[in-house]
Design a protein. Structure first.
Length: 272
């Protein structure tokens, strides 16, 4: 009788453990939208309350990354493009939710973004709250006009061989602020930042340095109020020199001669 009682008493304990485990798993795989089909359609799209977010501050995604997302996207691809979901949604959840911020001049606009997966966990449907946030992914029309170019000496912007914001010289900051104000007045739909170096050093090192400098300038312009929608950055290393120098010069003379090649260009297009 005693053994029977133990078995009977053990059943509720086992059930409680199982229920607890289910609850834990449910907490990792829950979703808030209703009636999600194997094809990734939701009978009712529901966004989670913002106060339930795990990544409290949300993130600032790039429009370029968001434009690459479409039906069939995998979770690994989403993770690479826009990061992990911002709410408590595990690998087996049928939807991932994000809290995104976008800069509009001096203002910050916040949007919620949802990806709903099919039965094979590939993203099939994508939703925004407010719905108008989806308009940000539309390509801005480029108005035919001659590009406006701003060229800044790399040596005036950064300490030699450096590329970070903390390495930017005060004179370079002042010059970039003037460029940012002109760009805001132009309201260009496309702004390209291009980094250049001289030929001293390896091709790979020069390409990397030019890219980092261009990205630092891009980020500075965005923080200074230039719209990030059409703002991009890339480096070309030593590939586009504006001055040729005799390679027989000693190192100091060669560095001085090649100075015009060490530059950052900002090219504005698509303005009235």
């Amino acid at each position: 009788m005693e053994n029977t009682n133990k078995i009977v008493r053990g059943i509720p304990l086992a059930l409680c453990a199982a229920v607890a485990m289910v609850a834990v798993l449910a907490g990792c795989t829950r979703h808030v939208s209703r009636d999600i089909t194997p094809q990734g359609q939701a009978g009712e799209v529901v966004f989670p309350a913002v106060d339930r977010i795990v990544l409290k501050e949300g993130t600032f995604p790039t429009l370029e990354a968001l434009r690459q997302i479409g039906p069939g996207v995998t979770r690994d691809q989403l993770y690479q493009l826009i990061g992990r979901p911002h709410f408590r949604e595990g690998f087996h959840a049928r939807e991932w939710d994000y809290l995104f911020h976008f800069r509009d001049g001096d203002q910050v606009v916040t949007c919620q973004y949802k990806v709903i997966f099919d039965g094979e966990y590939r993203g099939q449907n994508f939703h925004w709250l407010p719905a108008g946030c989806a308009d940000r992914l539309k390509d801005r029309p480029v108005v035919a006009s001659d590009p406006k170019r701003f060229e800044i000496s790399g040596d005036a912007l950064f300490a030699f061989g450096r590329s970070g914001l903390e390495d930017m010289l005060s004179g370079g900051r002042d010059e970039l602020l003037k460029v940012a104000n002109e760009l805001k007045a132009l309201d260009a739909s496309v702004v390209q930042v291009v980094g250049h170096t001289d030929l001293i050093g390896s091709d790979a090192a020069n390409l990397e340095l030019s890219r980092r400098r261009a990205e630092t300038v891009r980020d500075f312009l965005a923080k200074s109020g230039v719209s990030a929608d059409g703002l991009s950055a890339h480096g070309v290393g030593e590939a586009e020199p504006v001055k040729q120098c005799d390679d027989k010069l000693d190192r100091e003379a060669l560095i001085a001669c090649l100075q015009p090649n060490r530059r950052v260009e900002v090219v504005a297009k698509g303005f009235k």
